[in-house]
Design a protein around this ligand. Structure first.
Ligand SMILES: Cc1cc2nc3c(=O)[nH]c(=O)nc-3n(C[C@H](O)[C@H](O)[C@H](O)COP(=O)(O)OP(=O)(O)OC[C@H]3O[C@@H](n4cnc5c(N)ncnc54)[C@H](O)[C@@H]3O)c2cc1C
Length: 473
């Protein structure tokens, strides 16, 4: 049976950066580290439903189980536009996690430098201060807040290459990768080591870094329950992916590619925010292992559409007696999937406002041509709670002050777009959980919401492990 010092579950940004932080000790022969991921090598990650361009360019895959968009080397970010938010409070709350803004900023700079080391292009979008002031003024007029965020943009064409370079380096250092290997269960043996029951046999390790990502969040909460890891309920982000002609958002996206706009709605005082903007991008479909579907957005350096898409997300918090936001979100995703006949729902904003379903003939009359066609025209109002719909309609109208034309009748909305961050591991400053020697990192443990902070939590967890081992980072 293979015995390790550290087993890292998940090869997303959190897992890879944890491995990177340990790699110099592995290279010296001081420790044995393995990364286990149920998905494929990044070179093998294809999805015929993801977008037809990729299919034509690179051939058709035979299997989508597990889903290639969410699972595999590089994690959920591997096929993404690879936008690295260079702020600690975007993509998570790193400043709150480490307890200092300066320390958190320093970590983000470090993460960025590692991405650059492995080939991230020198493509940083910074906002000049007068443009930022103008956007802040416009946002204030809409009763919203604009958060200026410098971003490194890798592009979906480059992100897999950067991940591959990092993987090759880690392998050269001696880190063992078990890909296409699912960790089914974890138990603590009588000698204090953890036994990982995987789809390919059992591994034993003294320390664990659990970084299973958003797709692995239900698995994480199950394992947490069995290992006695304390968790607390987290929020749920539920909303739509908005698609408009690129010229509508251009006055703003030419200043900042991925504008972060936050507002609180008038009736419910709920937080609504824009997220993951893709100028000249594509809406993509996601398939989850529980059979539900969802949407997301992508953009490429070389292939451009005429549209911009972004997520508009409402943050929901639940209290007693139903605190389980994962179950609540899954229920809504299931309902939307059912109503869409197994596909995401598309609806014109005008139809949503008027309370009627969209049909293909109505969508075809829209001035926006959908970039995702594998959808069902329908009524998002039938799948989402009234409160979420009311928040979305209000937020769209307020966004129209900042980007005139966004709330046009023709604007396309896709659903479900749901971000599960639900269960949050209770951790100390080193990200060690309440189970001794078990560390948590990334989206799956509710500690991040983006590549930047996921990677940073991987680094913190790995440094925590080194500290416990008596090795300094
Ligand atoms: C299409 C898309 C586009 C995105 N674009 C951006 C962007 O531009 N910028 C940004 O900041 N964020 C983006 N995000 C979000 C970002 O990808 C995530 O926040 C980030 O990847 C989280 O990192 P992670 O390491 O925590 O988890 P993940 O990246 O999800 O990685 C977790 C890994 O764990 C593995 N795993 C799960 N369970 C098990 C198990 N039981 N056994 C073995 N392996 C397991 C999975 O296969 C997966 O590879 C995007 C997400 C998607 C889906």
């Amino acid at each position: 049976m293979t015995e390790l010092d550290v087993a890292i579950v998940g090869a997303g940004p959190a897992g890879l950066f944890a491995a990177y932080e340990l790699s110099s000790y592995v290279a010296k022969g001081a420790i044995r580290v393995a990364v286990i991921d149920k998905g494929r090598h990044v070179d093998k990650r294809r999805c015929p439903l993801f977008n037809q361009r990729r299919k034509v360019r690179e051939g058709t895959c035979n299997s989508c189980n597990p889903c290639n968009i969410l699972y595999g080397l590089g994690g959920a970010g591997a096929l993404s536009s690879g936008t690295i938010n260079l702020r600690p409070d975007v993509g998570g709350d790193l400043d709150k996690l480490v307890g200092s803004w300066e320390e958190a900023e320093e970590l983000i700079r470090y993460i960025d430098s590692v991405f650059v080391k492995f080939g991230a292009p020198n493509n940083v979008f910074r906002i000049d201060s007068s443009a930022a002031s103008e956007l802040e003024r416009l946002a204030a007029k809409a009763g919203a807040k604009f958060v200026p965020t410098p971003q490194r943009y890798m592009g979906s064409d480059n992100t897999p290459r950067v991940i591959k370079n990092m993987y090759d380096h880690l392998v050269r250092c001696g880190i063992r990768f078990y890909l296409e290997t699912e960790v089914l269960d974890i138990a603590r043996a009588s000698d204090g080591l953890y036994e990982l029951k995987t789809s390919r046999g059992v591994l034993r390790a003294r320390y664990l870094i659990l970084a299973p990502g958003r797709g692995g969040a239900p698995w994480f909460s199950e394992v947490a329950r069995r290992l006695g890891i304390e968790v607390e309920p987290g929020p749920l982000d539920i909303g739509v992916r908005v698609e408009v002609p690129a010229y509508i958002t251009e006055p703003v996206t030419s200043i900042v590619r991925d504008p972060k706009i936050i507002m609180y709605t008038r009736v419910y005082d709920d937080k609504v925010r824009t997220f993951c903007t893709n100028p000249n991008g594509f809406v993509v479909k996601e398939l989850y292992s529980d059979g539900t579907t969802g949407v997301n957005g992508e953009s490429y350096e070389t292939i451009k559409s005429k549209n911009t898409n972004f997520a508009l997300l409402v943050t929901i918090k639940l209290t007693d007696p139903l605190e389980d936001t994962i179950a609540y979100g899954k229920y809504i995703a299931g309902l939307a999937t059912k109503l869409g006949g197994g596909k995401p729902i598309i609806q014109r904003f005008g139809d949503l406002e008027a309370g009627r379903r969209s049909t293909w003939s109505r969508v075809e009359r829209s001035s926006v041509e959908p970039t995702l066609k594998d959808v069902t025209p329908g009524d998002i109002g039938m799948a989402y709670p009234y409160r979420v719909i009311a928040n979305i309609i209000e937020a769209m109208k307020r966004l129209d002050t900042i980007m005139p034309g966004v709330a046009s009748q023709q604007t396309l909305l896709y659903a479900p777009e749901i971000k599960f961050y639900s269960v949050r591991a209770v951790v100390n400053r080193d990200l060690e959980t309440t189970a001794s020697n078990v560390f948590a990192a990334g989206d799956g443990a509710g500690l991040s919401r983006g590549i930047n902070v996921a990677a940073a939590t991987g680094v913190i967890a790995a440094r925590g492990v080194l500290k416990k081992m008596g090795l300094s980072s």
